[in-house]
Design a protein around this ligand. Structure first.
Ligand code: XMP
Length: 513
């Protein structure tokens, strides 16, 4: 990567570490998350403009509590410690951290010294988000308090001479009213960064890097219909033109007119080379009579690889496989975050194994999702493509409960199209993580005109979530629910009942299978 302004975030396992990195980037400064055990030599190699020490679940009083290379305090780089980062800094520099019997969790009002550069431009009294047990009781030599609450005298501290700041609260979460500004003050004001990290700057840099990596070889890229692979493909196409061939496998389990839309957008409009593989029959044959959800996923994953491998063979001189891997996946698979308490489980249906034998090009691997969308916009992509809700690799197979047939998929596709249309028309589509229809294996009695019906049921699912790991069901206005219900029962033959799923995750999952 070309030399650029960079802030390193040393991770102590806080659930908010990625948020810190994102907030820094929102201030247009590139940030990277590194393990808290990083050595001073390694830090020097990054040539950062400043360091942030994240929060974390440990207490500095625990024997095994993570520490940092003490040399970081002599690097002459501005440092901001957040929560555990502050407590650790205090302890390592000779101050005292007091064990607190109770945990302070939630909003707190601080009174801050607004002459301090960290608080420039924010009101003297403001609301912050606390989540800690320990607190600083005695400051290390050279430090002074720069903010307090009625409970915690040293809520924010600094040693201006050594350029070290610390805050007990979490400026990275939205509940800290002026947190964004504080982070901006640190990276732009205190660290002196100019703010050069923009989607436009990234395009130029990424194109250079892709060309340098790929040379004159050919690249294939699997298009899934999702945002990430689409943006990766468009970026690659801009960098290497016809050296890129995209492969799109229609497994018959996709959303309404997915294949046609991709054909128009990528092949016709953007003039990209796209191999369309119609494998709907293949998948449906292999899924015949499969009802067990895990088995469905396995069959689809396996058949996808077989089909993709065959399609790839038809393209000459391919050395590289492009993937839309994002930064959160890179962080997770690199083992950073090992201090975190919750280990996430991963879905990987639709992923391709290393054994395919290609080298990887991952032009989005340092980006967060919101940056990928900004990049897509910069590349001239349609909002429709950039703002798509996530769709699971196994597609409609996990939304047609029980055995899968083409007729059931067609019926669900139409119902789902109506859901998407109405949610979009009501202006809710971008506000919701996912909103979709599920076809239940339940027949019930209804009446239509003068006749009795005995037909299937559609369940609506709409959830708010930030990463899919937990989710809350959306309290959609009744008017929208009513319209969706009326349209589905009127327009989809075979459905006479619509129900709304009002469970969150946990205890449910987002998908029904
Ligand atoms: P669950 O149903 O586990 O889903 O609450 C969480 C998020 O993951 C998506 N999902 C998948 N994505 N392959 C994927 O690429 C899969 O096998 C898969 N299963 C679930 C789901 O849509 C939700 O966003």
């Amino acid at each position: 990567m070309r030399a650029q302004e960079k802030i390193l975030v040393l991770d102590f396992g806080s659930q908010y570490t990625q948020l810190i990195a994102r907030r820094i980037r929102e201030a247009r400064v590139y940030s990277e998350i590194v393990d808290s055990a990083i050595s001073v030599e390694e830090i020097r190699k990054h040539n950062p403009s400043g360091l942030v020490l994240s929060g974390g679940p440990a207490s500095v009083h625990q024997a095994e509590a993570p520490v940092v290379d003490p040399g970081i305090f002599d690097l002459g780089l501005p440092i901001l410690g957040v929560c555990y980062g502050l407590q650790l800094t205090t302890k390592m520099l000779g101050g005292t951290v007091k064990r607190s019997g109770s945990r302070e969790y939630g909003h707190a009002a601080i009174e801050a010294d607004i002459k301090n550069p960290l608080f420039e431009g924010i009101p003297a009294c403001s609301s912050v988000w606390m989540s800690h047990a320990d607190e600083v009781s005695e400051l290390p030599a050279g430090f002074k308090g720069i903010a307090s609450t009625d409970r915690v005298p040293h809520t924010a501290v600094c040693d201006a001479k050594r350029q070290i700041w610390g805050v007990q609260f979490h400026p990275e979460v939205v509940h800290t009213k002026h947190g964004k500004k504080m982070i901006r003050n640190f990276v732009r004001g205190i660290c002196g960064c100019k703010g050069r990290w923009t989607a436009r700057a990234y395009v130029g840099q990424a194109i250079e890097e892709i060309r340098a990596q790929v040379g004159t070889d050919n690249v294939i890229c699997g298009l899934s219909g999702g945002v990430d692979s689409a943006v990766a493909a468009v970026l690659l196409h801009k960098a290497i033109g016809d050296q890129l061939t995209c492969i799109f496998v229609d497994n018959g389990l996709l959303r309404w007119e997915e294949a046609r839309k991709l054909d128009v957008v990528f092949k016709k409009n953007m003039k990209m080379k796209v191999v369309m593989v119609d494998a709907a029959d293949h998948f449906l044959t292999h899924l015949k009579d499969v009802t067990e959800p895990e088995k469905k996923r396995k069959v689809i994953g396996h058949e996808f690889i077989t089909i993709f491998r065959n399609a790839a063979k038809s393209i000459p001189n391919v050395k590289f496989l492009a993937q839309g891997t994002l930064y959160p996946d890179v962080i997770e698979s690199s083992g950073i975050g090992k201090h975190a308490e919750v280990i996430k489980s991963h879905h990987n249906v639709g992923g391709l194994p290393k054994e395919l034998g290609f080298k990887l090009v991952e032009p989005l691997r340092m980006l967060f999702k919101d940056e990928v969308r900004a990049l897509g916009k910069e590349l001239g992509m349609d909002d429709d493509m950039i703002w798509r809700q996530p769709f699971p690799g196994p597609g409609l197979a996990v939304r047609v409960l029980g055995a899968i047939t083409k007729e059931k998929c067609d019926l669900l596709r139409l119902a789902d199209k109506i859901v998407v249309e109405e949610i979009k028309a009501a202006g809710w589509y971008r506000k919701i993580w996912q909103s979709f229809a599920v076809l239940l294996p339940v027949q019930s009695v209804g009446v239509m005109g003068d006749g009795r019906t005995y037909e299937a049921t559609i369940a609506l699912r709409a959830v708010h979530s930030s990463d899919g790991m937990t989710a809350d069901w959306v309290q959609l206005p009744h008017k929208i629910l009513a319209r969706i219900s009326t349209r589905i029962t009127n327009e989809v033959r075979g459905i006479n009942r619509v129900v709304y799923d009002i469970t969150s995750k946990p205890p449910s999952t987002i998908e029904w299978e």
